[in-house]
Design a protein around this ligand. Structure first.
Ligand code: ZN
Length: 274
């Protein structure tokens, strides 16, 4: 599943080919994604100029001017989606559901499991229901231990589950929740509201560094976003606890433990994470 670093790398990869250009049309071969692609999307976006490609959480936001009221295309990669820039003459294949045509190039959404989304919001994109309730952006300077501390007060849920709740902080999926808690040496079962300010400082720093390292690893794959072969481009990294149940902790050698929290796998070191 594309996590926040993949989405941010995708944003960086596609923006140079879109920004400043005029949308010349859309091609929809399968509108039934997580939500249906709006029927009139082509009429709404054709002729508009792309102002920027932004991101909020795991949503890619394409700002469009012109045609009267400005608006935004909202894209989500779902469970299996990927976006690629390619020549407009390259034919769509089986799982290619949506193209945004931009002159001689196009932006293509490939999404085998169809949990992705292509939506339109006229006016202020922050007011869209999918975005309005989103929490802090972990890579922004404004996300600090103080913010995390304030947001977790009164929360009885396990810190691992609280981290994965997008109304508190966005884009910390299962992998990064596991890894960040390991680096901050926090037991994933700890009630979120019981974390001290110092532990929130350590956790916020661990979230930032985990995501930043993943971004750095993905930076080398930027060129893949203009390849036409449609390879997924998700990047693999060496993890400390994620996917390592029973293997020795990279810090102390104790076997990594596995438990289930909210239907998701939690991996942790019982010695390093207290
Ligand atoms: Zn350990």
């Amino acid at each position: 599943m594309p996590e926040l670093p993949e989405v941010e790398i995708t944003r960086r990869g596609i923006e140079p080919y879109l920004k400043g250009n005029v949308i010349t049309g859309v091609r929809v071969s399968e509108p039934r994604l997580r939500w249906p692609i709006p029927r009139n999307l082509g009429a709404r976006v054709t002729g508009r100029r792309i102002v920027q490609v932004a991101r909020r959480g795991k949503y890619i936001l394409i700002e469009c001017s012109g045609n009267g009221r400005p608006g935004w295309l909202i894209l989500h990669l779902g469970m299996s989606g990927s976006l690629r820039i390619m020549g407009s003459s390259i034919k769509a294949q089986r799982h290619d559901h949506f193209d945004l045509l931009v002159g001689k190039r196009l932006l293509r959404l490939r999404d085998p499991r169809r949990f992705g989304a292509v939506l339109w919001q006229g006016g202020d994109v922050a007011r869209h229901p999918l975005l309005a309730e989103l929490g802090a952006e972990p890579l922004e300077d404004a996300f600090t231990g103080a913010v995390l501390h304030a947001a977790t007060r009164g929360r009885k849920s396990a810190v691992k589950l609280a981290l994965m709740n997008a109304s508190m902080v966005v884009g910390v999926g299962n992998i990064y929740a596991n890894e960040s808690l390991f680096h901050a040496r926090i037991d994933p079962r700890t009630p979120a509201g019981r974390l001290s300010r110092a532990r929130c400082d350590a956790l916020a720093a661990a979230i930032k560094s985990t995501l930043t390292q993943s971004l750095a690893a993905g930076g080398s794959s930027l060129r893949d976003f203009v390849h036409s072969d449609g390879s997924s481009g998700y990047f693999q990294q060496q993890y400390y606890v994620y996917g390592r149940a029973g293997l020795p902790c990279r810090n102390c050698g104790t076997p990594i433990r596995l438990l289930r929290q909210g239907q998701r796998s939690t991996f942790y070191c019982p010695v390093c994470q207290k």
